[in-house]
Design a protein around this ligand. Structure first.
Ligand SMILES: Nc1ncnc2c1ncn2[C@@H]1O[C@H](COP(=O)(O)OP(=O)(O)O)[C@@H](O)[C@H]1O
Ligand SMILES: O=C(O)C[C@@H](O)[C@H](O)C(=O)COP(=O)(O)O
Length: 319
């Protein structure tokens, strides 16, 4: 029995979500603070679903870093490998703008962000070995030393039979060029067991537009991945297996408040259901239902649903 079901790797940060809706950021005067960062959100999401989740991350050595660690502890995430930056670097901040339910955007302040200074010395092999699954977020590859740390973590996982999930999580803010992004995203995706990303993110990985989902997944099936999920926003998602199965996931309609948070909650529900051996079709339902719940609420982390909420939504719409 492994100590942890999943370790997520990368950014633990702070989201500042507009409290006033339907207005541009310039006019927004009030923001509410939540824990943020895609892999942090997934650690929180899977922990709230009852998985044993841990995280490898680096936060600022200040009140914001304390806030993130305290919140993660409160929701049951194992935080022993969330380190504090000793050089005074600050945590990343994400401001959100909710102009309308369809028109939302995020603005990241990530200059010298502490998470990008996560290094190979910040975690040990035994911690990764203690988990069934390691989830790497694409943004961790955008700069050194976090890039080497992420690749090293994947390498340890692979050597020790720990499943690797690569969540493309493309955020343009910290990458230097499209070609560089494509090189590192491709490298990580080829070594992973499972790859999850939006259609746009696969275009970034391929540094080209116009490939179909099938073309994208075929390229990856020549390497390690056996399962690839391509997300299509309100059009749902598709899972492809190495043996040629294509499984489609629908969305669960809801009263949308904002669109961000969909991807991280989708990953949490999807991973939870896979771990409970519910099968890929069900996993897509759990992912979609989790996303549907989170887009109807204000945050991406605190709004992560329980298993009961997800199952209630699935049954209500099936009924
Ligand atoms: N407006 C929406 N209403 C309900 N579900 C949604 C909505 N937008 C996204 N989802 C769900 O969340 C999943 C991931 O959303 P998507 O926008 O593709 O990813 P990301 O947030 O990573 O960009 C979708 O496949 C869908 O199941
Ligand atoms: O990942 C970040 O640093 C920002 C997130 O915390 C933010 O809530 C967000 O953009 C979530 O996006 P998504 O789940 O990929 O839609």
């Amino acid at each position: 029995m492994k100590k942890l079901d999943i370790i997520t790797f990368g950014r633990a940060a702070v989201d500042l979500n507009a409290v006033e809706y339907n207005m541009p950021m310039e006019e927004t005067m009030t923001f509410k603070k939540y824990v943020g960062g895609s892999p942090a959100n997934i650690a929180i999401g899977t922990s709230k679903l009852g998985l044993k989740a841990g995280m490898i991350a680096k936060v600022s050595d200040d009140q914001h870093g304390n806030f993130v660690i305290d919140y993660m502890n409160k929701v049951g995430v194992e935080t022993s490998s969330i380190k504090k930056d000793t050089e005074g670097r600050k945590i990343g901040l994400t401001f959100t703008e909710i102009k309308s339910p369809e028109e939302c955007s995020i603005l990241m302040y990530r200059d010298q962000a502490a998470d990008l200074y996560l290094s190979v010395d910040d975690f040990d092999e035994d911690y990764i070995k203690s988990a069934e699954t390691l989830l790497i977020s694409g943004t961790a590859l955008s700069q050194s030393p976090s890039r080497e740390a992420a690749l090293h973590a994947m390498d340890i996982a692979k050597k020790n039979g720990v499943e690797v999930i690569f969540e493309l999580d493309y955020r343009p803010y910290t990458w230097k060029s499209e070609a560089e992004t494509s090189v590192y995203m491709t490298l990580a995706a080829r070594s992973a067991d499972i790859v999850i990303g939006t259609r746009d993110e696969f275009n970034v990985l391929e540094n080209s537009e116009g490939n179909s989902d099938k073309e994208s997944v075929q390229q990856l099936f020549n390497y390690s991945p056996h399962l690839v999920v391509v997300k299509h926003g309100v059009k749902g998602s598709k899972a492809f297996t190495r043996d040629g199965e294509v499984i489609e996931g629908d969305i669960y309609k809801t009263q949308v408040l904002k669109t961000f948070g969909a991807g991280d909650s989708f990953a949490s529900g999807f991973i939870y259901a896979l771990k409970k051996e519910k099968g890929i079709q069900e996993a897509l339902k759990y992912g979609s239902a989790a996303a549907s719940i989170v887009v109807s609420k204000h945050s991406s982390s605190d709004a992560m649903p329980t298993v009961e909420e997800i199952e209630q939504l699935i049954h209500s719409q099936e009924g």
